[in-house]
Design a protein around this ligand. Structure first.
Ligand SMILES: [Ca+2]
Ligand SMILES: [Ca+2]
Length: 125
């Protein structure tokens, strides 16, 4: 996924396998939920959500900032109709978008051949 996206942007799909018979009641009918979510510290709301039936993870908030948090890890649970559970971890890496302009950071002077000259270092963050 990329940074600065809208809420509801698809992140990834979690798929669990249940070897029970899909024809046999709900033995292999899976429902997905997030056991351990990441909370946005500004708003106090969870950052990710999951579609119960498909396992599709989406963003619940907009505008994730890679420069602030480049990686997230959440725990997802798949539960079958009989209440048996399996847990998995989703690692989410936020891809960079060029949203920061280069900035000059004038922070030191250096003496060349006895003359004062200004060295500007330039960092793209
Ligand atoms: Ca099962
Ligand atoms: Ca960026």
């Amino acid at each position: 996924m990329t940074e600065n996206g809208t809420a509801g942007m698809m992140v990834m799909t979690m798929t669990a396998i249940d070897y029970d018979d899909v024809e046999e009641g709900t033995n292999a009918k899976l429902r997905y939920s997030i056991e351990k979510n990441v909370i946005d510290e500004n708003t106090g709301t969870p950052i990710f959500e999951i579609e119960e039936e498909t396992g599709v993870i989406k963003t619940a908030v907009c505008c994730l900032d890679r420069e602030k948090t480049p990686d997230y890890s959440i725990q997802v649970v798949a539960m079958d109709g009989g209440g048996l559970k399996g847990t998995g971890t989703a690692s989410i890496r936020v891809k960079d978008i060029n949203d920061m302009p280069p900035r000059f950071v004038p922070h030191y002077f250096k003496c060349i051949n006895g003359k004062q000259s200004l060295i500007l270092t330039f960092t793209h963050v």
